[in-house]
Design a protein around this ligand. Structure first.
Ligand SMILES: Nc1ncnc2c1ncn2[C@@H]1O[C@H](COP(=O)(O)OP(=O)(O)OP(=O)(O)O)[C@@H](O)[C@H]1O
Ligand SMILES: [Mg+2]
Length: 543
């Protein structure tokens, strides 16, 4: 084997030729070329060429088909087998088109006739052959990578479809995912063979849009329903599939099964909803706790207030009694002596009387007294109490209407205490109607046919009644201005009064409430829709 070295970066040519004249001729053609530089090695036998190719470094083979150890097309095939990446240009004496075609089919890049070739055409053929082989190599490499992707990726479903939506290629992951043991089984099928017609129809519309517009549909979450009704979720991207000329010939898509992810997302949403609800419940509980705490603080405050009031009242009760007696004595002694002194004594008597009332109320409020219960008819108790206040009512020109229910049984109560309640309520109504009005007192009886609904909020509910309980009701309505909503919340607080200084202590309703609760009853005060205040007292018919 001979070599002609023409320098660095020269194209390495292996000339497989046994005819010395031809070798010289071709070398002359190559060396006479100004554009490219060649280094030519020669091999006179196929076996010599094969051996040389094993060591590499050859850029192109110029091959004569008639060698002593090999003839014809098989020479091309054998050389191509041992050096796939090296382009082969057949240089032959006969201009045979069929033979040329056969040579190309068996791996040759070009087919030149020795007598018809000149320097430029030979070097051009070499250049093109090398470049074509490089292009092929790039394409083959890309194809190989794509093939690797298609074959090996385990969780990405890849498909190619024609314009009619038929699969022309799918990867094993897709076939496996849809229950086919080989991608081949899906070729020619459409989405209508895999999914419910509803889903297949939607997918077809997407594909037709892609084919029409050339646009990509990226990251679409699709609900896939297979014919047995099972649903799955997929994250899909679809692109147009273009032919060599750039025209759209179908679609290509990639999708990933995200059913597990979707289920986790759904669970997360549900957990979130449960957490939000739990948080809401917690907030409500917190509010209730705060409310209870406030009530406890209030109760505590009232209890200390009551104890203090009882102490003060107890201490000043006797001095006031002495004062009372002294004024009575002085009154008798000084009576009729002087008009002015008479007036003064009367004022003093009033003041002491007021002080005594306050002290009595304070003691009533603070002392958690035992009740002395007896069965009393409500009608007679109310009528008797009205007589206590008849002068005040008459003075304020308040007329009284009573509507007593018939057959109301006598109920267990502490008569003097309930009278105290009624006097307070009647006097409040009377004070609310200084220019006259009507006081209507209604009694009735009721049996609860259901558990009580939630509190409607006219005043704080302490006692709960239960289904089947018989209750006696006293309703006292006036035609006064009613009670402003912001005051309604405080009317049962001790010392809350809207009356002028010196006229009301604000203890009346506190005592009333306490007495009713001692009876395990309930009092509510609200504004009647027709105007005025409406006081409702509920007492148990049985102890
Ligand atoms: N029928 C009513 N109409 C309008 N307001 C009323 C009525 N009953 C009570 N109130 C309001 O409730 C407040 C508290 O009443 P409560 O009986 O506790 O005290 P008071 O009447 O002001 O003083 P007293 O201790 O002398 O009774 C009253 O000052 C008044 O504002
Ligand atoms: Mg009062």
């Amino acid at each position: 084997m001979n070599a002609t070295v023409l320098g660095k970066d020269a194209t390495q040519v292996l000339l497989v030729e046994d005819d010395a004249v031809q070798i010289t001729l071709i070398e002359t053609l190559l060396l006479g070329n100004r554009r490219d530089r060649f280094a030519v090695e020669t091999a006179n036998l196929l076996s010599v060429a094969q051996k040389r190719l094993e060591t590499g470094g050859i850029d192109v083979i110029l091959l004569d088909l008639g060698l002593p150890d090999s003839q014809g097309i098989q020479t091309v095939r054998k050389l191509h087998e041992c050096a796939h990446s090296v382009p082969i240009i057949v240089l032959t004496g006969s201009d045979d088109e069929d033979m040329a075609l056969e040579a190309l089919k068996n791996g040759a890049q070009d087919y030149l006739v020795k007598n018809a070739v000149d320097g430029p055409s030979l070097t051009r053929s070499i250049r093109y052959a090398i470049q074509r082989r490089r292009n092929d190599q790039v394409i083959n490499e890309q194809g190989r990578r794509l093939q690797l992707l298609m074959e090996s990726i385990p969780d990405l479903r890849i498909y190619f479809k024609d314009q009619a939506g038929c699969f022309i290629d799918v990867n094993p992951a897709l076939a496996r995912n849809y229950g086919f043991n080989s991608p081949q089984k899906l070729i020619g099928k459409t989405d209508f063979d895999l999914f419910s017609s509803e889903h297949a129809e939607a997918a077809r519309e997407d594909e037709q849009t892609i084919i029409r517009t050339g646009q990509t549909i990226a990251g679409k979450v699709e609900k896939e329903t297979i014919p047995d009704g099972t649903t799955r979720w997929a994250l899909t991207t679809k692109i147009p599939l273009r032919g060599e000329d750039g025209k759209i010939i179908g679609t290509c898509g990639m999708s990933r099964d995200i059913t597990g992810l979707k289920q986790a997302e759904q669970q997360l949403v549900e957990t979130n909803a449960r957490l939000t609800k739990a948080f809401g419940d917690l907030l409500k509980l917190h509010e209730e706790l705060k409310e209870t705490q406030l009530q406890l603080i209030q109760a505590e405050k009232l209890q200390s207030l009551g104890q203090m009031a009882a102490g003060v009242a107890h201490e000043i009760k006797n001095p006031i009694a002495n004062l009372h007696m002294g004024i009575e004595y002085l009154g008798d002694y000084l009576l009729d002596r002087d008009e002015q002194i008479h007036g003064l004594i009367t004022d003093l008597k009033d003041a002491v009387h007021r002080a005594e009332t306050i002290i009595r109320d304070m003691l009533d409020y603070s002392a958690a007294k035992d009740l002395t219960l007896e069965h009393v008819g409500l009608d007679s108790l109310i009528s008797q109490t009205l007589r206590f206040v008849r002068y005040e009512l008459a003075e304020a020109r308040v007329s009284v209407v009573t509507r007593f229910a018939e057959g109301l049984p006598a109920i267990p109560l502490d008569a003097p205490k309930i009278q105290q309640v009624l006097v307070n309520v009647f006097m409040n109504a009377c004070h609310a109607m200084p220019d006259g009005g009507t006081l209507t007192i209604t009694t009735g009886q009721t049996v609860l046919d259901a558990e009580e609904p939630e509190d409607e909020g006219s005043s704080v509910r302490v006692v709960a009644f239960h289904k089947g309980e018989a209750l006696a009701a006293i309703e006292i309505c006036d035609t006064g201005p009613g009670i402003p909503a912001d005051k309604l919340l405080h009317i049962f607080d001790p010392f809350f009064t809207t009356k002028a200084r010196g006229t009301g202590t604000g203890l009346g309703l506190s005592v009333v409430k306490k007495i009713i609760e001692l009876h395990a009853g309930r009092i509510t005060i609200a504004n009647a829709p027709e105007g005025g205040a409406r006081v409702t007292i509920l007492l148990r018919c049985a102890p």
